[in-house]
Design a protein around this ligand. Structure first.
Ligand code: ADP
Length: 341
């Protein structure tokens, strides 16, 4: 059945096993540092990505995601350190590497005055593809991204989500086994975002493509097999979303009070817990948080205006590792919130 223009095809099948830790690394990022005019944008970043892994680079604005993305996609040389992809050094063999990786940039690269088919044909020519094999591959890719029935329409008539899918088809036309995507869902509505992530899973599961995706959205990071969380150019956490959240152990309690600083201080004096003030609320990480609630409310009668107990999120992992919230005034909370909606 031909998929509708709003869907990817076919439905994803989950892999029996996630990438095994003994698998050789497909991407090795080794102690990369990068300075722009004296400003340290990446400060000793190291991690490895295994075959057919969906790997996320999560970080707030200014954390270094784009800089790292540019280094991995061979557009920039790091000041120090090394990025190896499929055994090739991104700095020493950029041309060889470009043939083996697919890159989807945040900025639009398709020509909207051309049809989807024409855009892909140009891309194919750049990679030395032509004739019947190229036509077949274009049809295959447009089918994969759910645009087979729109092949000959100009890209300017497509929705944002559909345009992004043409970008994806472009990035994948030459059969790369590694795909790099920089904030691929920026500007997409929730449905189109879901579609895109579904397609990334299909790529991983059915074509065993290794995918690195940068994002500043927690809910997207949750969908990755593993992630590196960046803050001010450093990896502050590395692991599966479940592992990272598990490390906090227990619950996160938030208390609202008129004077949170004073309350936090008195809680610390009275109970064996770490109570900190974050964004105007007292925040405590604790096993069996619900039991502590009764004790704390009774200990400070009338002072606590609201209580919440929740399982840790990736934002809590970030706070745990850095001592501050993911979005702050400094890294553009307002801008990020706007981008999100
Ligand atoms: P992110 O993609 O996570 O927002 P970037 O890699 O764009 O982060 O930026 C990391 C740091 O490097 C920030 O402090 C940013 O201001 C700085 N930076 C990025 N690009 C340049 C540049 N071309 N010149 C100088 N500083 C830059």
């Amino acid at each position: 059945m031909t998929p509708k223009a709003t869907e990817f095809a076919p439905a994803p099948a989950r892999p029996a096993e996630p990438a095994h830790s003994a698998d050789p690394a497909v991407i090795v990022v080794d102690n990369i540092r990068h300075r722009y005019d004296g400003r340290m944008a990446l400060d000793g970043v190291s991690f490895q990505v295994r075959s057919a892994e969906l790997f996320g680079l999560l970080g707030p604005n200014g954390s270094g995601k784009t800089t790292l993305f540019r280094i991995l996609s061979t557009l920039m040389l790091p000041s120090e350190g090394r990025a190896m992809i499929l055994g090739r050094d991104a700095a020493k063999d950029p041309n060889g590497l470009r043939r083996q990786i697919g890159v989807v940039f945040q900025a639009q690269s398709v020509d909207v005055k051309l049809s989807a088919f024409e855009n892909l044909r140009h891309q194919g020519h750049l990679y030395g593809l032509s004739g019947a094999p190229l036509r077949a591959r274009i049809q295959e890719m447009l089918g994969r991204v759910g645009l087979a029935d729109r092949a000959n329409e100009r890209v300017e008539t497509f929705s944002g989500g559909m345009q992004r899918r043409v970008e994806l088809a472009k990035g994948l036309l030459h059969h790369p086994s590694v795909l790099l995507l920089d904030e691929p869902t920026t500007g997409l509505d929730p449905g189109a975002r879901r579609d895109l992530w579904q397609y990334l899973r299909i790529l991983r599961d059915e074509e065993h493509v290794t995918v690195i995706v940068t994002t500043h959205l927690m809910e997207e990071a949750e969908r990755c097999d593993r992630l590196a969380i960046l803050n001010q150019g450093k990896v502050v956490a590395l692991g599966t979303p479940a592992e990272l959240k598990h490390e906090i152990g227990g619950d996160v309690i938030l208390l609202e009070a008129d004077d949170p600083e004073s309350l936090a201080q008195r809680i610390r004096a009275r109970f064996p817990v770490e109570a900190a003030v974050l964004a105007g609320k007292v925040r405590i990480e604790l096993e069996n948080g619900h039991r502590f609630i009764t004790d704390v409310v009774e200990a400070f009668p009338g002072e606590i205006q609201s209580v919440s107990v929740s399982k840790p999120t990736l934002e809590d992992v970030f706070i745990h590792r850095t001592g501050h919230r993911f979005w702050t005034e400094a890294n553009g909370e307002a801008a990020a919130a706007k981008k999100k909606h």
